[in-house]
Design a protein around this ligand. Structure first.
Ligand code: ADP
Ligand code: 5GP
Length: 203
């Protein structure tokens, strides 16, 4: 078996982390790619669990040394996906999950398009997104405005994704994500097809 990549993008506050934490707690064969970021941790976020929280100099060093599979400046902070652990998890046949923005999705597609399945998660409208960002309570008013502005830009790319989840009711959104996830292990690219064909040619 060879690994697959599941990319989840969508406006900040649409519910990506909430959906993914359910998925990660239910399934074993997942490697969740922990990104590095220069943004400040939110209350409850842990270094090495939600993100690797690093400073700008450390991030720049990572770029210079080619440590990132992709990186982007999102909402005035840097975010990047580490290359090495992802390559290892793919070799081990895991389903690797990235929670990354549209720029990161475009970059990842350049190298891994043959094994990527992508999902865009959004609220039904801007009003609901603002409500959730406000309720989450981790951002000041200016940051929330910034995130809402970015959301409008990201929405324009929905058509480039394989699946769309409008995260209204959490339980049904989770069921949708789960069924997408389960289908990945049946993709023909997940199998070593030579082995499958060879076992057919044996008498
Ligand atoms: P993201 O990871 O996309 O930035 P979060 O998972 O942090 O978003 O969710 C943002 C906020 O919205 C959190 O307070 C979360 O509990 C809440 N939330 C997530 N999904 C739903 C939903 N379907 N209905 C109502 N609130 C939700
Ligand atoms: P947040 O600050 O809300 O955790 O994330 C802000 C945005 O950055 C989200 O759209 C999230 O998907 C994106 N993001 C998180 N990690 C990465 C990463 O490693 N690369 C890229 N390109 N985007 C990321």
């Amino acid at each position: 078996m060879s690994g697959q990549i599941l990319i989840i993008s969508g406006p900040s506050g649409s519910g990506k982390s909430t959906l993914l934490s359910r998925l990660i707690s239910e399934f074993d064969n997942i490697y969740f790619s922990i990104s590095s970021t220069t943004r400040e941790p939110r209350d409850g976020e842990q270094n090495g669990v939600n993100y690797h929280f690093i400073n700008v100099d450390e991030f720049q060093k990572g770029i210079d040394e080619g440590k990132f599979l992709e990186w982007a400046n999102v909402h005035k902070n840097y975010y990047g996906t580490s290359l090495e652990p992802v390559e290892k998890a793919l070799k081990d046949g895991k389903i690797v999950i990235f929670d990354i923005d549209v720029q990161g999705y475009h970059l990842a597609m350049k190298k891994y398009s043959h094994i990527i399945t992508s999902v865009f998660v959004t609220t039904k409208d801007r009003h609901e997104l603002k409500k959730r960002l406000t309720k989450r309570g981790s951002d000041d008013a200016q940051t929330i405005e910034n995130r809402l502005f970015n959301a409008a830009t990201e929405i324009a790319y929905i058509s480039e994704y394989d699946y769309l989840i409008i995260n209204d009711d959490l339980d049904s959104s989770y069921e949708r994500l789960k069924s997408i996830f389960i289908s990945l292990s049946s993709k023909t690219q997940s199998f070593n097809l030579n082995d499958v064909i060879e076992s057919w040619s044996e008498c």
